[in-house]
Design a protein around this ligand. Structure first.
Ligand SMILES: NC(=O)C1=CN([C@@H]2O[C@H](COP(=O)(O)OP(=O)(O)OC[C@H]3O[C@@H](n4cnc5c(N)ncnc54)[C@H](O)[C@@H]3O)[C@@H](O)[C@H]2O)C=CC1
Ligand SMILES: O=C(O)C(=O)Cc1c[nH]c2ccccc12
Length: 353
């Protein structure tokens, strides 16, 4: 990978390669853009197949956070960190060493819990730094509010696609029923939606069969179920040249980050198939909204209102895409970049004045 060329193209400000000898730790902190505020993004721990895969994940996820904050009108920038490790080898020493790296940035990067990091792990990291959020009992953690945002996004997509507010009788396939997926199932079931669920961990799907009368399908089958909406709530990269030909759902609306394998290529493939894609960083902003509010002093009403804006923002994006003949992904990107540019302009005017 041509490092500076990639970073220039993607627009990152700073990438930190954190290495510790004792304990052995390898982590990458990617700071994409801090025009709107300090870079915010949770930390992921993952046994990446190689360092390039880890770097790519950090670069894409952090840029996604910049767009996420801008589209959600949250005054934060975009960042993300990955710790390259097997979850089985996770120790408090590794987490604390990582916490010291975060602390060395003095608040330029604020982080929390992502894949393979537990609330307890965040508390361990917080022994070394105050720049972590998302563990307050008060706000109930980010997953339930993320799920609410996805549910509201589904409502917006259904309304735009079929000009109806009626959800009853629709069929939704949910890939991955972890923290977010499970909460999303509850909202959908309460609105009379038929659920098809899949998870690599069978214990998680069994529960949903019993609670919500969900039909369990295998991880391979979830792409091709004949449903109205496909909700990816597991890992990224699942919308690609292998899976898109199998998709039956006219709407894609889920919580997973980086759903598109290749942003340009696969967003266009979806548009050509007539599929309405809800850009991941718009529909899954509930988590960021929640932790941001927790950071500034939790006000439930305010957080709730901001999450409801996901519905309006998505409708705006669908309309921009339709009017300008571009993909919903490009429309979201334009909205985010315009907002960042506006803030930058007004800041430079303030300095001039
Ligand atoms: N938790 C939050 O507030 C937010 C989460 N996200 C994203 O949403 C996604 C889900 O997040 P969480 O629910 O918190 O994670 P989680 O780890 O609790 O749930 C993910 C689930 O997906 C399952 N899974 C993994 N690979 C699968 C496959 N190939 N097929 C079917 N199931 C599979 C796992 O077994 C697990 O149950 C992640 O991509 C995360 O980055 C994005 C924004 C906020
Ligand atoms: O939406 C994402 O991908 C996030 O990283 C959101 C998020 C969850 N917990 C956090 C803690 C600090 C900064 C962002 C998050």
């Amino acid at each position: 990978m041509l490092l500076f060329e990639t970073v220039r193209e993607m627009g990152h400000e700073q990438i930190l390669f954190c290495h510790g000898k004792n304990p052995d730790i390898r982590a990458i902190i990617a700071i994409h853009d801090t025009s709107l505020g300090p870079a915010m993004g949770a930390t992921r721990l993952f046994p990446y197949i190689n360092e390039e895969a880890a770097l790519k994940d950090a670069l894409r996820l952090s840029r996604g956070m910049t767009y996420k904050a801008a589209c959600a009108n949250i005054p934060a920038g975009g960042g993300k960190a990955v710790i390259i490790a097997n979850p089985e080898n996770k120790t408090d020493e590794i987490l604390r060493a990582y916490g010291r790296f975060v602390n060395s940035l003095n608040g330029r990067f604020i982080t929390g819990q992502d894949v393979n990091i537990t609330p307890q792990d965040v508390r361990t990291i917080s022994q070394e730094t105050n720049y972590v959020v998302g563990v307050s009992e008060k706000s109930g953690g980010p997953a339930p509010i993320t799920a609410l945002g996805v549910f509201l996004g589904i409502k917006a997509a259904v309304e735009f696609r079929w000009q109806t507010q009626r959800l009853e009788g629709l069929k939704v396939a949910i890939q991955g029923v972890g923290n977010v997926g499970r909460n999303l199932c509850r909202h959908l079931h309460e609105h009379g939606i038929k659920l098809y669920v899949s998870d690599v961990n069978p214990v998680k799907t069994e529960d949903l069969k019993r609670l919500f009368d969900a039909t369990v399908v295998s991880p391979d089958e979830i792409f091709s179920v004949d449903v109205d909406i496909f909700a990816p709530c597991a890992l990224g990269g699942i919308l690609n040249s292998h899976t898109i030909p199998f998709l039956q759902a006219p709407i894609i609306a889920g919580a997973a980050n980086n759903q598109l394998g290749n942003e340009q290529l696969h967003s266009q493939m979806l548009a050509k198939k007539g599929i309405l894609y809800c850009p991941d960083y718009v529909i899954n902003a509930g988590g960021l909204i929640n932790v941001y509010n927790e950071m500034i002093g939790y006000d439930e009403e305010k957080a709730f209102k901001q999450v409801h804006n996901i519905y309006h923002t998505l409708l705006e994006i669908f309309n921009i895409a339709k009017q300008q003949g571009i993909t919903t992904n490009d429309a979201a990107k334009r909205l985010a970049e315009d907002r960042i540019l506006n803030v930058k302009r007004s800041k430079s005017k303030e300095i001039a004045a």
